[in-house]
Design a protein around this ligand. Structure first.
Ligand SMILES: [Cu+2]
Length: 284
């Protein structure tokens, strides 16, 4: 009995396996069938590019319709009203390697309600302007701050006629700014400056007036300031007419030190307290 039961069990198990194999086999067999089917749609999609072309044309009209109303909506405010700009002072001055913030008052009038972009015209080479904000929706009186920056070798010039503009399509407003570019170079020690070591002197200890050098003309003033939190001191060997600073260049911009280059040449300088803070100015 036991043997028979065992035999039956074995037969049963074998039958189960066979059935399992068959059902498993049947699965893949039915799988390949759907396989080709997905491929067919893929092939059709290649053919269906034409069909896809239909959606595209359909899409094209939609964006067109979408775009068309926008200009129409933006259009009406543009032809109406005006923008006026004004400054607290229409003149200013800036040193070489310096920056100057100018607040510009922006006032819409005549129902103007649109987006304007600010710009500066007439800036000499080496003078750049950035606006914060650079532009935007103007529905009420607002301001933007124009930051002028000069590089070290801008040619000094008095009474440069600049124009600050706000432009919105066909509408623009402007205000003049007369800028004196002084023959005075600003040398600023940055906050947290690395004082360097003899093995690795800091050649950028004086900002832009480091190596590589900047160039200024004879007769140019140089004003040193110290924005660091510790004192420094400008060391000069007296060449080019620049004297050694008589005391410290105080922390946090508490004082300044101004000298005038009297001759052309290469002027190497350093910090008297920290001799591995090095700088160089070429006067030519
Ligand atoms: Cu120093």
């Amino acid at each position: 009995m036991l043997r028979r039961n065992c035999f039956l069990t074995v037969v049963f198990a074998a039958a189960s396996l066979m059935t399992g194999c068959l059902s498993t086999f049947g699965g893949p067999a039915s799988g390949p069938d759907p396989g080709p089917t997905p491929v067919d749609p893929g092939m059709q999609s290649a053919n269906g590019d034409r069909g896809g072309g239909n959606p595209d044309p359909g899409g094209s009209p939609a964006p067109d319709l979408g775009l068309a109303p926008s200009p129409d909506l933006a259009g009406p405010p543009s032809p109406t009203g005006s923008i006026s700009l004004s400054l607290a002072s229409s003149s200013g001055s800036i040193r070489l390697n310096d920056s100057l913030d100018v607040t510009v008052n922006v006032t819409p009038a005549g129902g103007f309600d649109g987006v304007a972009v600010y710009s500066l015209e007439g800036a000499p080479t080496g003078v750049t302007a950035t606006f914060n904000p650079p532009g935007g929706m103007i529905a009420n009186a607002t301001t933007t701050v124009m930051t002028l920056k000069t590089v070290g070798d801008v040619t000094p010039a008095a009474a440069q006629a600049l124009t600050i503009k706000a432009v919105s399509g066909a509408i623009s407003g402007s205000t003049p700014l007369t800028l004196d570019i002084l023959a005075e170079l600003l040398v600023s020690i940055p906050k947290g400056v690395n004082i360097g070591t003899s093995a690795a002197p800091n050649l950028t200890a004086f900002g832009a007036q480091s190596i590589p050098t900047i160039f200024v003309a004879p007769g140019t003033k140089v004003t040193f300031i110290n924005t660091d939190s510790i004192n420094h001191e400008i060391h000069s060997d007296g060449t080019l007419g620049i004297a050694h600073e008589g005391g410290p260049l105080m922390a946090n911009g508490a004082n300044s030190y101004t000298q005038t280059f009297k001759a052309t040449g290469t002027f190497n300088f350093r910090c008297h307290i920290h001799p591995n803070m090095k700088g160089q100015i070429v006067v030519k």
